[in-house]
Write a protein that binds this ligand. Structure first.
Ligand code: ADP
Ligand code: MG
Length: 535
């Protein structure tokens, strides 16, 4: 930095900082961006599909998690490179919108980038590539709609939904139990679904994990399960016709602020203080009881003194209820969250048929269930498993399955998996490429190659020869005009994915292709990277 004066003698400052920034331009920038993003996609590609590998991720404090979920893997990889971060966001937006297909979307983006690199080397302008990809994407999406099929979600005890859930669970650590877990997920979603509006509020499905037992012990509980018990063992174990007071203020007398002191010089004074404290508690308990509440759920804790008084005054209470539980209970029971004792009124209480303590399996630990909530039905999936790692992964997997079912309730069209839908689109896009006479033709053709990358990747991951199996599938699709031929990952003897009942939602596939194309287009538009030196 230096100070200079202009012609009129006014001072101004010259900053030299700009020179210290790293800068990449043009082709160099495109390529470096693509390579960084491709590296992320390559890490994920081995996780795709029913035989995909899991990743073990160790956090900076040594916590280990094992997962197959694309969004979780990229999130925990702590990626630094700015363009590679775009792929993390890509996976997360698929997760937020659709829930499943988070690995697939990144793998597809990786394949598209790979193709883009070759096209750049051929000397094709990035904008032409991006244009071509855009047009190919439109063709692929339209074709997906024509090959999609409607399923009857009611028929045969919701068999189609269960199958779709099984496809989502089939690639996860818990795949051995996919049928049972799939059924649980379907029942849970249908329990809270509003079929007339074709809508599901997933917030009403609580997923509670508890280590111990095994994954088979996972079950569906109608009502809200909270991993807490009554604050005192002698309080009643069951409150019927519950009127719930939901408190976010602590059961304790006001504490003196640090800058004030209380001087107690005699036993008298101490007694007075003690009595005043007791009075505080009694007032609080009375305020709660006066409203008609017969149970208090408190987001904060209270000490033994208060606990004892609550017991004496016959007010069952639960302490340390988590914030998310408080919200869910408020939603389901119609309770208003009360931040101050003075604000308790009868209308603010939530109502439920019953609040009771339950015990699961052989463990001693008790939990509370709130049943028959007045406003909406809410359910809990209690996931059990041998270790924290297993229950965490089971939770992520069930989340995927639940999302798939929700998406099918919203839109009941499916396409078939195993790479068959991608292959069918690739064939269509290739045909379209021949009709285009401009440079974009090359990009459109490359887009088709990238789509073929998905079945290739699936075949590779399950130990098949990718080139021969994709070539076989492709020729059969063309010969039989059957878009359902894919990769027989589980070696069941048929490549027809309809026979194998590998269902994927149309919405998920569409979103995957659209999002992947969007990100690749975005990366192709960056021709100048200006970053501070330490990147
Ligand atoms: P994502 O996170 O993208 O959902 P998955 O690991 O769940 O990734 O893999 C999904 C891919 O695996 C999809 O392309 C799907 O069609 C395919 N797939 C899932 N189950 C099977 C199966 N039993 N046989 C063949 N392909 C399958
Ligand atoms: Mg999946």
């Amino acid at each position: 930095m230096s100070l200079a004066f202009d012609d009129y003698g006014r001072p101004y400052i010259i900053l030299r900082d700009q020179g210290q920034k790293k800068r990449m331009k043009g082709l160099e920038a495109y390529k470096s961006n693509i390579l960084a993003a491709k590296a992320v996609a390559n890490t994920l590609s081995s996780s795709l599909g029913p035989k995909g590998m899991d990743k073990m991720l160790v956090s900076p404090d040594g916590d280990v998690s094992v997962t197959n979920d694309g969004a979780t893997i990229v999130e925990k990889m702590e990626i630094q490179h700015p363009t590679a971060k775009l792929l993390v966001e890509l996976s997360q937006s698929q997760d937020a919108e659709i829930g499943d297909g988070t690995t697939g979307v990144v793998v597809l983006a990786g394949k598209l980038l790979e193709q883009a690199l070759t096209l750049l080397d051929k000397g094709i302008h990035p904008l032409k590539i991006s244009d071509g990809f855009d047009r190919a994407c439109d063709v692929a999406i339209k074709h997906l709609e024509t090959i999609s099929e409607e399923i009857d979600i009611q028929a045969n005890e919701h068999e189609a939904l269960i199958q779709a859930a099984c496809t989502a669970l089939g690639s996860k650590v818990v795949s051995k139990r996919k049928r049972e877990l799939g059924k649980i997920a379907v029942t849970a979603v249908l329990d809270v679904a509003d079929l007339a509006r074709r809508d599901v509020n997933l917030d009403l499905i609580k997923i509670q994990t508890k280590t111990g037992g095994s994954v088979e012990d996972t079950r569906l509980i109608s009502g809200i399960l909270i991993d807490k018990d009554m604050s005192h063992p002698q309080m009643p174990k069951e409150v019927n016709d519950a009127k719930i007071c939901l408190l976010t203020c602590p059961f304790e007398p006001p504490k003196p602020k640090t800058k004030h002191n209380i001087n107690i010089s005699s036993a008298e004074d101490y007694k007075k203080l003690y009595q005043q404290e007791q009075q505080y508690f009694i007032d609080m308990v009375n305020l709660v009881k006066a409203s008609g509440a017969n149970i208090a759920l408190c987001q904060w804790g209270f000490d033994d003194e208060a606990n004892h008084l609550l017991l004496q005054n016959e007010l069952p209470a639960v302490r340390w209820v988590s914030g998310t539980d408080v919200e869910l209970i408020a939603m389901a029971t119609g309770a208003r969250i009360i931040p101050r004792f003075q604000e308790i009124t009868p209308e603010k209480l939530g109502k439920a048929g019953c609040v009771k303590e339950v015990q699961f399996g052989t463990s001693n630990e008790r939990m509370l269930v709130i049943e028959n909530c007045q406003c909406t039905k809410a359910v809990t999936i209690l996931i059990r498993g041998g270790s924290q790692m297993i229950v965490d992964e089971a939770k992520r997997s069930i989340h995927d399955a639940i999302c798939v079912i929700r998406n099918l309730i919203k839109d009941n069209r499916i396409v078939y998996g195993g790479g068959s839908a991608e292959l069918a689109c690739a064939i269509q896009v290739l045909q379209y490429a021949d009709e285009v006479s401009s440079v974009e033709q090359y990009a459109i053709r490359s887009f088709a190659d990238a789509l073929e990358g998905i079945p290739c990747c699936l075949a590779d991951n399950c130990g098949l020869n990718p080139i021969t199996s994709v070539a076989q599938a492709k020729s059969r699709q063309l010969k039989e005009n059957n878009p359902r031929i894919g990769i027989d990952c589980m070696e069941l003897g048929t490549t027809d994915m309809k026979e194998q009942r590998i269902y994927e939602t149309l919405s998920s596939k569409k979103q995957q292709i659209q999002l992947a194309t969007q990100v690749v287009k975005m990366i192709l538009k960056i021709d100048d990277v200006i970053a501070p030196d330490d990147y």
